[in-house]
Design a protein around this ligand. Structure first.
Ligand code: SAH
Ligand code: SF4
Ligand code: F3S
Length: 597
């Protein structure tokens, strides 16, 4: 149902497997695939000494539960007790199951890149897999329940396989946030799990898989202060897509009281700008037309990797928070910020759309807003997670703002970027939420008029501040009712917003065939709204007589003729480029303004 749940991605990584074979090793030195050999050249700030230390053995021991705050990156071919050949996959087939947020898709691409360069193959058929790796999410109880259900199915498959292959049993691994949250408890509850690997330990996957051959489970859930996988070129799961994800930072320091993410993803750290720009260049060379910059707090980005930017204590180098917002942590100084990164990334290819997710409302200084407004390829779309429209609830959530400060930011953003599409996250039935507080959230939703909303019933998570200090006192049925009400108010409002776009000519990046009709194509407008339009040949450019079919990755101008709460329907008019469309818009706006003076 639209707007009621973040799309839980369960991507069977089909059809794309062949593509990674054609991905060339980039010519640049700082961005490379992880191979055991290259791993040793990795320029890391913290390293292990040549000999194994105590930490080394703890990290690599079987059936251990580790949650250190810093991890070093040891070249895996130097691990003393494992033969280099054991780290090689020898063509073993890996199947990936991906759940959770976009970061999990990108993390799977990183994990796959690491295994790919260590001699593993990918399969899209569970029955022929030697290894099944499940990329998991812990955000709500329901997200974890899905994984337990999946493990129940896989238990049957594993049993069958061990009978039919006599001695080379299927290996099952849990990766990601649930691995980090539950650690070796997973293996205690589900004995058939062979491997538990946290979000900062993917470089260790070849060793961990080798380790499972002893019949023991292998667990590495060390969190890191500096791991960003900056030197690993992810191997894209969907090579047919004209869009790609690029991770720019990991972790979260915000500690919202309901949220498990700081505990599963660790401390905030940013990937160096240059490695991000290099990856974007490679994607542009491959014809990618849209890049989404990813992070748990994407706009808190702060690259301190180069000493001249590392920062002192001058007040002007402190993080500029949006007016009326505060953080639970002390101000951070120095570093190249999100506006510097957006500036650089958006200059790589003016025909490439740039989006970013998930940001926090506290980190929207004017530099970022101005840049979004000025650069035609940075989409006019901002996710601005509100969570609640009531000040007591916001305080209990430790969000660091009031609803008034949030609304001031909304007005300020709309002043600078008038046609911006805003989206948000909301939680229904947080601890202590009264009916009055809920109605204030409904009110906020009506006031802002979001183009998209993710809404979740509150799910208490262990370890969080709310778990220790607050009472989960809204009955489940009431949470469900409030959740439904928020969803239907959102749909009511967004229908009006979408209908107001009828008659507009919009720039659409074509994604492919529409799922609903073989005669239609689907794409996204600048605000990330889905646009469905007839699959027909259209002029090569605005005034051309020559017709051309419309294919994925093309920019076309679509006249919007109909709208539902979920999608816009339109008629394709002509092919264009992002820059031409934007010039035409600016000229017609100028013309419009002149004629009204
Ligand atoms: N860093 C991002 C979001 C990460 S989690 C941000 O701050 O926006 C995505 C969303 O999941 C959150 O915005 C919140 O709305 C929801 N969420 C997180 N913890 C939750 C919980 N315990 N119960 C219900 N929803 C939750
Ligand atoms: Fe969770 Fe808050 Fe961090 Fe988002 S900002 S990941 S909601 S702690
Ligand atoms: Fe889930 Fe972890 Fe993402 S908890 S939402 S997979 S950061």
């Amino acid at each position: 149902m639209i707007g009621t749940s973040r799309p839980m991605i369960k991507a069977c990584l089909n059809s794309f497997i062949s593509a990674h074979r054609h991905v060339k090793k980039p010519a640049i030195s700082s961005l490379r695939y992880a191979t055991t050999d290259e791993g040793s050249k990795s320029s890391r700030t913290s390293r292990l000494p040549n000999g194994p230390s105590l930490e080394h053995f703890i990290a690599n021991s079987s059936k251990t539960t580790n949650s250190a705050t810093s991890q070093t990156h040891d070249p895996i071919d130097k691990i003393p007790y494992i033969q280099k050949s054991a780290l090689h996959g020898h063509g073993k087939k890996v199947y990936f199951d991906v759940y959770g947020c976009q970061m999990n898709v990108n993390d799977t691409e990183i994990a796959w890149s690491i295994l790919d360069s260590n001699g593993y193959q990918r399969t899209t058929d569970t029955t022929e897999a030697d290894v099944i790796l499940i990329m998991t999410c812990s955000i709500r109880e329901g997200a974890e329940q899905k994984i337990w259900n999946r493990l129940n199915q896989l238990r049957v498959l594993k049993r069958k396989k061990s009978v039919s292959t006599k001695g080379s049993p299927l290996k099952i691994g849990i990766l990601g946030c649930m691995a980090e949250r539950l650690k070796s408890k997973i293996v205690e509850r589900e004995k058939m799990v062979d491997l538990v690997c946290g979000p900062d330990a993917y470089r260790d996957l070849p060793r961990m898989l080798a380790d499972t051959s002893s019949g023991q489970a292998s667990v590495n859930v060390l969190l890191s202060l500096d791991e960003t996988y900056a030197d690993i070129m992810p191997v894209r799961l969907n090579a047919d897509s004209c869009s790609a994800f690029v991770s720019i930072m990991r972790g979260c320091d915000n500690m919202c009281s309901y949220c498990i993410v700081p505990f599963t993803r660790g401390r905030e750290r940013s990937r160096p700008i240059d490695s991000i720009v290099e990856e974007v260049k490679i994607l542009s060379d491959k014809g990618i037309k849209e890049v989404t910059l990813l992070g748990q707090n994407v706009n808190s980005y702060r690259d301190t990797s180069e000493s001249q930017y590392a920062g002192g204590f001058e007040s002007d180098s402190a993080t500029h928070l949006s007016a009326g917002f505060k953080t639970i942590y002390k101000p951070k100084f120095g570093g190249r910020r999100f506006s510097n990164l957006l500036d650089k990334v958006s200059q790589v290819d003016p025909e490439m759309r740039i989006r970013f997710t998930s940001p926090h409302p506290k980190d929207f200084p004017d530099e970022v807003l101005q840049l979004i407004q000025e650069r035609s390829n940075i989409c006019n779309q901002i996710h601005l997670p509100a969570q609640s429209g009531n000040n007591e609830v916001l305080m209990a959530m430790r969000r660091g703002y009031t609803v008034e400060a949030y609304m001031d930011l909304v007005y300020h953003i709309r002043d600078i970027i008038p046609d911006v599409a805003l989206s948000s996250d909301f939680i229904a039935g947080f601890c202590g939420e009264t009916e009055k507080a809920h109605l204030e959230t409904v009110n906020l939703m009506r006031q802002v008029k979001y183009s998209f909303v993710y809404c979740f019933p509150y799910s208490m998570r262990g370890k969080t501040h709310a778990y220790h200090r607050l009472t989960d006192d809204v009955p489940e049925a009431e949470k469900a009712r409030r959740h439904m009400e928020l969803s239907s108010v959102f749909r009511e409002e967004v229908l009006k917003l979408n209908q107001a776009q009828i008659g507009q000519q919009q720039l659409v990046l074509v994604e492919g065939k529409s799922k609903r009709s073989v005669h239609d194509l689907a794409g996204r407008n600048d605000g990330n709204k889905k646009v469905i339009f007839t699959n027909t040949e259209v002029p090569c450019e605005i005034s051309s007589k020559e017709l051309k079919p419309v294919t994925p990755g093309d920019y076309v101008v679509v006249q919007i003729v109909r709208a539902t709460s979920q999608v816009l329907h339109g008629v394709p008019l002509y092919h264009t480029t992002l820059q031409d469309f934007s010039k035409r818009q600016t000229t017609s706006q100028r013309y419009c303004n002149a004629s009204t003076i």
